[in-house]
Design a protein around this ligand. Structure first.
Ligand SMILES: C[S@@+](CC[C@H](N)C(=O)[O-])C[C@H]1O[C@@H](n2cnc3c(N)ncnc32)[C@H](O)[C@@H]1O
Length: 486
């Protein structure tokens, strides 16, 4: 039935294409556009390595805290926040490693995150509870587990596609034995942070690298083509795995000891922007739910701000990139479980299934789809790209609809997203999302272009269809009869 719905939608695409609708969009949004290239670096994950707590996990698709700090300063300027009494709720419907939640908590805001990939919900909830953790207990748990793990069964063979080339059997067995031993420790934030340390060592103790849009093999002279076997650098030994885990635990303990000194000070924000009033005395509540952002939202009109970054429609498959962490951490039992996760995630990749219905009739999107439909891609390349892009915007229409319902009147959402080019056709993802936001009742307030590629600097902005990364700010109009509160 869903294959038929897609076939029908594709057949109804126009056959002649004028390049006018995307040009019209560019023109329309030009006045809202502002260059914020100073933030470009922070749309990526690298600067996280410089910040305590944020450096504990490497989530390749994460943005850095500085980007969220600037966005929250824009969305929730102080004087307005103070009117709000209990403080606003900040929501991230695709929370990943939890950056939005941690920054919201720095500011003393309540925070709520959702994600559909179980590894991400684990990471973000473990990170979100760092203030409740005790570095001495973490050290103790790690010492006990690393002295006892050899008596545990572990698993030398893991049933996901990359496991065969990405792990030496001894590495797979050692890391799963450590996790088995950890399962015997009573549950709590300290145990979860040790588990996080073990899982964040997975890439290091494998022969894989998360690179571009795929998981690649690490070779002596560099990287292999995706999934290709080749000679490995050296044979990973049990001792190498244990050393990596110790290093990861060490970083967590070091940061916690710095942030929660024995003086008994309540650990507050991770790093204070100058001129701020200091850490909140009582850490604000943070929660993470395992939920689909296309179907779930917090209570209506409960959110003072929404900040998030969806997967980009760029073929990126989170279930493939994180397959080792997913299977090592028993978030999925095997390749079948991995496939289920893949089919559930937002349609940002070529393996995504078709939707049961297609309803978006945005002229600029149809123009892009018609242009790709008419071009000759390799094999059925253009067909799969088309289906991914159409599915992505249908999915995002659902997400934005739920975000609009969750926002308080007068409150705003910030969406961090990149544009793409397929078969020579430019896909202005940020502007198309602005249009979908409008259909959900959200007004585009601003478009910060934070990274711009492929055009000379004097031509930046929206005038040319450069590939860019942007922060799109959408506001729910204030209600006529109620004042704006957060
Ligand atoms: C770009 S990442 C978010 C990274 C995050 N901003 C951070 O700093 O770590 C996008 C996230 O969307 C999640 N995701 C994909 N489909 C989803 C869905 N339908 N509902 C909720 N989350 C989803 C992915 O698992 C991934 O963690």
């Amino acid at each position: 039935m869903s294959a038929d719905a897609w076939k029908e939608y594709r057949q109804a695409l126009p056959t002649t294409v004028a390049d006018t609708e995307r040009a019209r969009l560019l023109e329309e949004y030009e006045p809202l556009t502002k260059e914020r290239l100073d933030l470009g670096r922070y749309a990526g994950t690298l600067p996280r390595a410089e910040e305590p707590v944020y450096r504990w996990v490497r989530y390749k698709e994460a943005y850095s805290p500085r980007l969220v700090r600037d966005v929250l300063d824009e969305l929730l300027p102080d004087p307005l926040v103070r009117q709000g009494g209990t403080g606003p709720l900040v929501y991230d419907p695709m929370v990943g490693s939890g950056t939005t939640l941690l920054v919201a908590a720095e500011r003393g805001f309540r925070a709520l995150g959702a994600d559909l990939m179980p590894y991400a919900t684990f990471l973000s909830s473990a990170m979100a509870r760092w203030r409740q953790a005790d570095p001495a207990l973490i050290r103790q748990i790690a010492t006990d587990v690393l002295s006892n793990y050899t008596s545990m069964p572990g698993r030398a063979r893991l049933d996901v596609p990359a496991a065969g080339w990405a792990f030496a059997p001894v590495a797979a067995r050692t890391i799963t034995r450590v996790l088995d031993a950890l399962d015997l420790v009573p549950a709590g934030p300290d145990r979860d942070l040790v588990r996080l340390a073990v899982l964040s060592a997975v890439e290091q103790v494998s022969y894989s690298v998360k690179d571009g849009t795929s998981l690649r093999r690490r070779l002596p002279g560099g990287l292999a083509r995706p999934g290709r076997p080749g000679q490995q650098r050296k044979t990973m030994k049990a001792a190498d795995v244990i050393t990596s885990v110790r290093q990861r635990v060490g970083a967590i303990v070091e940061d916690l000891e710095k942030l929660c000194p024995a003086s008994g000070r309540v650990p507050g924000q991770i790093s204070l922007p100058s001129g701020d009033e200091g850490p909140p005395l009582c850490p604000p509540p943070i929660a993470v739910v395992h939920a689909d952002a296309r179907e779930w939202r917090p209570a209506p009109e409960s959110c003072g701000a929404v900040v998030f970054s969806p997967p980009y429609p760029n073929r990126y498959d989170y279930s493939a990139i994180y397959q080792l962490e997913l299977v090592v951490g028993r978030f999925v039992p095997d390749a079948g479980g991995l496939k289920c996760v893949r089919r559930q995630l937002l349609r940002s990749h070529l393996e995504a299934p078709p939707r049961t219905h297609y309803r978006i009739s945005q002229p600029a999107l149809r123009e892009f789809l018609a242009a790709v439909n008419g071009s000759r891609g390799k094999g059925d390349e253009s067909g799969r790209v088309l289906r991914m892009v159409a599915g992505f915007f249908e999915d995002m229409a659902d997400v934005l609809w739920h975000v609009a319902e969750a926002l308080r009147p007068g409150a705003s959402a910030a969406v961090v997203v990149g544009t793409q080019t397929y078969l020579g056709q430019h896909l202005p993802t940020d502007l198309l999302l602005a249009e979908l936001g409008r259909s959900a009742g959200l007004e585009a307030q601003a478009l910060w272009v934070v990274r711009s590629k492929g055009v000379a600097s004097q031509q930046r902005g929206l005038a040319t269809p450069a590939s860019r990364e942007s922060v799109l700010i959408l506001r729910k109009p204030p209600s006529q009869d109620r004042p704006v509160t957060w």
